[in-house]
Design a protein around this ligand. Structure first.
Ligand code: GLA
Length: 377
């Protein structure tokens, strides 16, 4: 178990036992992509891949000594001199920055991290690290926070400290996940409810370097801001882009790319509502809505890739597969595939080889189900 691995890293780095271990989950978004920062709706699940953080207070200077196993050694984060360094410790540093900013006197800490969420794959390893670290530190200091507030604190860490203008979906899924359930999230105003979801899904990581992702993501956020400003010229009371109707989007004066982005947001939120209603009624995941989501992300939001399109098309040729789409930010990263368990298992077996033949390298593929979010182990 990943919590045991964090304990082993802890013993090797610092000796003895941590005071506690907390963990948080990676996530797969079933549907509702690129809508969270526009006040829309999404339907992610937390998955079995997790990040665990072992922590113990240490006497002396107010620094966090942190180790992630392997050859990385023990790194020191000075609470009085928190600075972005362009490496993985930016995530815990960003959380410490929030805690210090909230007036919490954070003493010296010894921390060990272990994770089986592949980093850079689009399964939100960074959100899981933020949430697990925040949860562990708040627990050991006895300053608890409810899981939604904790997720929002971690989102602020990512936005303000790491510098990514992300929505709250990833941190919310990492914190609030429920086994056997998808999370129906509404980002404007914020609410989360659960809908039963016990199906397996197949996640395929295209394993393509995503160097353009951060800048393209920021560009989309800006394009949506332009669309919202244009809609507000006509309808000043529209609170966020996801609340704009298709008629308002079509009538407003804005650059064509912003209009395409806004159309995606409106249509995608409707697909989320339809999917949540189907699941709540006990139906299987509506695969055709996943496919429609993918096409909208490919054509209107322009965030797919050749590899993701190929995976979706190939999946749809397999009997028993009902739908597939890119999941997460896109521009590489992962696709999620829906269908009956036997079809998913067959595809998990056959797809990597076919992909390698077509694309030139092997993808990673896992079957996952909905699991719990943050917890003390
Ligand atoms: C990334 C961001 C999320 C969300 C998705 C796209 O994962 O961190 O907030 O915007 O992209 O849906």
């Amino acid at each position: 178990m990943i919590a045991d691995e964090a304990r082993r890293h802890f013993a090797a780095a610092f000796g003895g036992e941590p005071a506690l271990v907390a963990s948080a989950a990676g996530r797969v978004n079933l549907i509702g992509e690129h809508v969270d920062y526009s006040g829309g709706e999404a339907l992610p699940i937390a998955i079995q891949r997790r990040t665990a953080v072992a922590v113990r207070l240490r006497a002396g200077a107010k620094v966090t000594q942190i180790n992630s196993g392997g050859t990385g050694g023990v790194l020191t984060i000075d609470h009085a001199r928190l600075a972005r360094r362009g490496k993985w410790t930016d995530y815990p540093s960003g959380v410490l920055d929030q805690l210090v900013g909230a007036g919490i006197d954070v003493p010296g800490l010894e921390v060990a991290v272990a994770s089986d969420i592949p980093s850079g794959s689009g399964l939100s390893s960074s959100a899981a690290l933020e949430v697990a670290f925040d949860f562990a530190v708040r627990s050991v200091l006895h300053v608890p926070l409810d899981e939604v507030s904790l997720a929002l604190e971690c989102q602020r860490a990512e936005r303000q400290f790491v510098g990514v203008p992300c929505g709250a979906m990833d941190q919310m899924a990492a914190a609030c996940g429920r086994r056997g359930h998808a999370l129906h999230m509404n980002f404007g105003p914020l609410s989360v409810s659960t809908v039963p979801f016990t199906e397996q899904v197949l996640v395929v990581d295209t394993a393509v370097p995503r160097s353009l992702r951060a800048s393209a993501y920021t560009e989309r956020v800006q394009e949506c801001a332009v669309a919202l400003a244009a809609v507000r010229h006509l309808a000043p009371d529209v609170p966020h882009l996801a609340a704009a109707t298709r008629e308002q989007i079509d009538a407003a004066v804005m650059p064509e790319v912003s209009r395409l982005r806004a159309r995606h947001v409106a249509a995608e939120c409707q697909r989320v509502r339809d999917t949540a209603a189907a699941l709540a009624a006990g139906e299987r995941f509506p695969g055709h809505l996943a496919l429609a989501s993918h096409r909208s992300l490919r054509d209107d939001y322009d965030c797919s890739s050749r590899e993701l399109d190929w995976v979706v098309e190939q999946a749809m040729r397999t009997p028993g597969i009902t739908g597939a789409r890119l999941t997460g930010a896109g521009w590489g990263g992962c696709a999620v595939v829906f269908g009956d368990a036997a079809a998913l298992a067959a595809l998990e077996e056959s797809l990597p080889g076919a992909y390698a033949k077509e694309i030139g390298h092997r993808p990673r593929a896992w079957i996952v189900t909905a699991d719990d979010g943050a917890r003390v182990e």
